[in-house]
Design a protein around this ligand. Structure first.
Ligand SMILES: Cc1cc2nc3c(=O)[nH]c(=O)nc-3n(C[C@H](O)[C@H](O)[C@H](O)COP(=O)(O)OP(=O)(O)OC[C@H]3O[C@@H](n4cnc5c(N)ncnc54)[C@H](O)[C@@H]3O)c2cc1C
Length: 362
């Protein structure tokens, strides 16, 4: 469903009227997505928006919804493949403009330090902040190239830990533009899944609860994990990390290797020789090459081992099955707020660096 020129003009006019500033820089038409995704593939987003604060996000989704323009949320684009034909509606990116990080201590909880981060903050930066404050618990995330919003949505994890171990709460917006604080235990986390996948909604900021640790041990752990990644993953090629979820009782990479698929390619997309769980862009790959290679891997592995591989990476845009997240007038059903409990009133954020609430700086 392509958005009409008239709807786009109305959207722009309403945003200007509502005080959405710097439209030229923050709202673009036909923005190529290959420059915003780690796979380096993807056609144009019909409208690409990088809001700079919470108020702008709320305005944007409320106006989009009133005009029945679908929108899709993205963070650092490290777990998505966007169709070569692009994506209809608005892609809302919470990136650098949404990357403030700060810490908070609580008198009644001296053993923990709370890190607050806006959704666009990179996990590597949040992890560095934890190191700076000698906090343990987030070492696993230091090498994951996503934003913290994307990591909460995906329940990203590595080396036996995931976001569910450290998230205390998150400030979220429903597709109606209402804001909620959701406690960590309400996230219904599973392996690489969270309630957001089923219920929609936008993670705006996250609070992590971390313990004080030994700085030398923390740094040694991060170094050790980085060495493991470098040794086992094809980090010199564009990819979206492991293509498939770990099937119960197996490792996807091992099944793919045993099926004789290492090095197999379709166009510029290839099963990595270094780690068969990675599909890489060897050069000039298209989203179609990646999708076709994924189908080939799934069929071969099913045939050889009887195991069905499910993609962890999300394929979005024209021709791919649209995930439920974001808002689509045609497909959106359940809403996040139906299960959320706590409502918060948000003060007007005037700049991207303005915290949602003024915490005690640690
Ligand atoms: C080299 C490499 C290594 C990787 N290693 C790992 C690993 O060890 N473990 C792991 O789990 N993953 C890994 N990944 C995958 C990826 O980095 C993670 O899934 C990451 O959490 C995705 O974050 P993102 O900001 O890039 O999300 P995006 O790719 O931008 O989006 C992913 C999904 O999250 C949704 N989303 C993004 N931001 C928000 C938000 N604020 N609110 C609501 N929904 C949102 C999007 O709609 C989309 O469905 C790796 C990727 C690469 C390229």
């Amino acid at each position: 469903m392509s958005v009409s020129e008239q709807a786009i003009t109305t959207l722009r006019n309403q945003l200007v009227d509502a005080g959405y500033w710097d439209l030229e820089e923050n709202l673009k038409k036909n923005e190529p997505m290959n420059t915003h995704t780690s796979f380096r593939v993807g056609g144009p987003a019909e409208i690409y928006a990088e809001p700079t604060n919470l108020k702008e996000v709320i305005m944007l989704i409320q106006i989009a919804k009133s005009l029945e323009i679908p929108y899709y949320l993205m963070g650092n684009g490290s777990n998505i493949v966007v169709s070569d034909d692009g994506i209809d509606g608005i892609v809302i990116r919470l990136g650098e403009k949404f990357s403030s990080i700060w810490t908070e201590t609580k008198d009644d909880d001296p053993d923990h330090v709370y890190i607050h981060a806006y959704a666009g903050a990179l996990l590597s930066k949040v992890s560095s902040r934890a190191v700076k404050h000698e906090l343990t618990g987030l070492e696993f995330a230091s090498g994951i190239p996503g934003s913290i919003g994307g990591a909460v949505f995906m329940n990203a994890g590595a080396y036996g830990r995931d976001m569910s171990c450290v998230v205390d709460s998150a400030l979220c917006i429903t597709n109606e533009g209402e804001t909620y604080v959701i406690e960590g235990h309400e996230f219904a986390y599973g392996y690489r899944s969270s309630r957001f996948m089923a219920l929609g909604g936008i993670v705006m900021s996250v609070v992590l609860k971390l313990e004080r640790g030994d700085p030398e041990v923390i740094q040694a752990t991060i170094k050790d994990l980085a060495e493991k990644r470098n040794a086992s993953q094809p980090l010199n090629f564009p990819s979206a990390g492991c293509m498939f979820k770990r099937p119960e009782g197996y490792y996807a990479g091992v099944l793919i290797e045993e099926a004789g698929l290492k090095g197999v390619s379709v166009g510029g997309a290839e099963v990595s020789e270094k780690h068969a769980g990675f599909v890489i862009n060897k050069g000039g790959a298209t989203a179609t090459d990646i999708a076709d290679l994924v189908k080939k891997i799934q069929a071969t592995v099913k045939e050889k081992s009887g195991v069905s591989l499910e993609t962890e990476v999300r394929f979005i845009g024209k021709g791919f099955s649209q995930p439920k997240e974001g808002y689509n007038p045609k497909t959106t059903g359940v809403e996040l707020h139906k299960k959320a409990k706590k409502v918060v009133v948000i003060p007007e954020a005037k700049a991207s660096t303005a915290p949602i609430a003024q915490p005690t700086k640690a």
